[in-house]
Write a protein that binds this ligand. Structure first.
Ligand code: PEP
Ligand code: MN
Length: 340
C-alpha cells in the first residue's frame, strides 16, 4: 500500500503516520516528491493493516493499494525518474550515460591501452569482468581479484569509475574495495540471496535482465535490492532468448518504454550481448537512445581479434568514436544530455 500525505504536511505528522504503521509490524519506505510525501508500506507477514484506519490518520490524503507485486520500484511509489550516478556519470531523467570497456580484464597492458583511448573519447565509466560466468568450464574464467585490482588502478589513472560483475555473496568485500558499481549478470538476476545482500550496500547496482525473464520478474529482482534500502539501481536490457538464431540474443527494445512506464528506475541497454555481432552494435545503440534509453553499455577492445572473450561483439575504440558522434547528434533530438 502507498500512503499519500497531504501537500505541505508537517514532518511530525508524517513521523506519527510512520510510527503507526511500524507499530503494526510493517516496514515503511518514504519517498519525498516535489508535492507529496508518499509512505510505501511493505511486509508485515501475517499482520493486518486496515486501509480505512490509515485513511483516517491525520495528514493522510489517500491510500493506494498497489496491485503489482513490486512496490518500491514502481512509478506509483515514485512518479519522478530516479537518477543514478556511477562516479560522475549520470543515468536517468534526461541524462544518457555511457559505460564502455572489454568483456574481460585480461592484463594490465590491455586495460591501460583501452582506458587511455576511452578516456580520450570522454568515456567516464570503464567496464571489465574479473569473475566471468562462462557457459563452458574450460573457457577463460577471469583474473579474479587481480582483475579488479587492474581495473581500479587503470581507472584511477584516467579518472574513470568502474563497473564489474559480482557472482556471489562471498565476493562483496572485494567489490566494496575496488569497484564503483556492482553488475549483477543475466544468469544471476534471480539469485535472491545475492540481491538481498546487495540491498544493504551504499554502491549502485547494475541489474541485467535474465535470459528469459519477464519485465515483472526483472522488476521483482530490483524490488529485492530496493527493499533492503539500496535505491541506486540501473536496469540493463541485454537481449533475451528467442527462436531467432541470426543474432546471439534478441535485444528487446520494447523493454525501454514498457519499463519506463512501470518504474522510475533508469534503464540502459547492452547492444553487445544483445546482438553478439560487432556490426549490429551501433544501429542498436542508436535505436536504444531513440527509444528513450537512459544509457548504453558497450564492449570495446583495442584488439578484438585477440580478445579472450566476446571479441566478435566488441567495437574497436575507433568504431566507438564514430558511434559516440552519432549518438551525440541523436541525443539532442531526443532531449537527452550527453557529453559527447
Ligand atoms: C557481461 O556483461 O560481461 C555479461 C556476462 O553479461 P550478461 O550477464 O548480460 O550475459
Ligand atoms: Mn561479454
Amino acid at each position: 500500500m502507498l500512503v499519500v500525505m497531504n501537500q505541505g504536511v508537517a514532518d511530525n505528522t508524517i513521523e506519527k503516520a510512520i510510527k503507526y504503521i511500524q507499530d503494526r509490524g510493517f516496514e515503511t519506505h518514504v519517498s519525498k516528491g516535489e508535492v507529496h510525501t508518499v509512505i510505501g508500506v511493505v511486509g508485515g507477514g501475517a499482520q493486518h493493516l486496515d486501509r480505512r484506519d490509515l485513511e483516517l490518520l491525520s495528514g493522510v490524503k489517500e491510500v493506494i493499494k498497489i496491485t503489482s507485486s513490486y512496490k518500491l520500484v514502481s512509478r506509483i511509489f515514485k512518479p519522478k525518474d530516479t537518477v543514478v550516478k556511477i562516479g560522475e556519470e549520470k543515468f536517468g531523467g534526461n541524462n544518457f550515460g555511457v559505460i564502455a570497456g572489454p568483456c574481460s580484464v585480461e592484463s594490465y597492458e590491455q586495460m591501460d591501452e583501452t582506458a587511455k583511448k576511452l578516456s580520450k573519447l570522454g568515456v567516464k565509466v570503464l567496464r571489465g569482468g574479473a569473475f566471468k560466468p562462462r557457459t563452458s568450464p574450460y573457457a577463460f574464467q577471469g583474473l579474479g581479484e587481480e582483475g579488479l585490482q587492474i581495473l581500479r588502478k587503470v581507472a584511477d589513472k584516467y579518472n574513470m569509475a568502474v563497473v564489474s560483475e559480482i557472482m556471489e555473496i562471498g565476493q562483496i568485500p572485494l567489490f566494496e574495495k575496488y569497484v564503483d558499481c556492482l553488475q549483477v549478470g543475466a544468469r544471476n538476476m534471480q539469485n535472491f540471496n545475492l540481491l538481498k545482500e546487495l540491498s544493504h550496500l551504499k554502491k549502485p547496482v547494475l541489474l541485467k535482465r535474465g535470459l528469459s525473464a519477464t519485465f515483472e520478474e526483472w522488476l521483482m529482482s530490483a524490488e529485492y535490492i530496493m527493499s533492503g534500502g539500496n535505491r541506486q539501481i540501473i536496469l540493463c536490457e541485454r537481449g533475451i532468448r528467442t527462436f531467432e538464431t541470426a543474432t546471439r540474443n534478441t535485444l528487446d527494445l520494447c523493454a525501454i518504454p514498457v519499463v519506463q512506464k512501470l518504474s522510475h528506475l533508469p534503464i540502459i541497454t547492452d547492444p553487445s550481448h544483445g546482438t553478439g555481432l560487432r556490426d549490429k552494435v551501433a544501429p542498436m545503440a542508436k535505436a536504444s537512445l531513440a527509444a528513450g534509453a537512459d544509457g548504453v553499455m558497450l564492449e570495446v577492445h583495442h584488439k578484438p581479434e585477440c580478445a579472450l572473450c566476446d571479441g566478435a561483439q566488441s567495437l574497436t575504440p575507433e568504431q566507438l568514436k564514430g558511434l559516440l558522434k552519432e549518438v551525440g547528434a541523436i541525443a539532442g533530438v531526443c532531449g537527452k544530455k550527453i557529453i559527447f
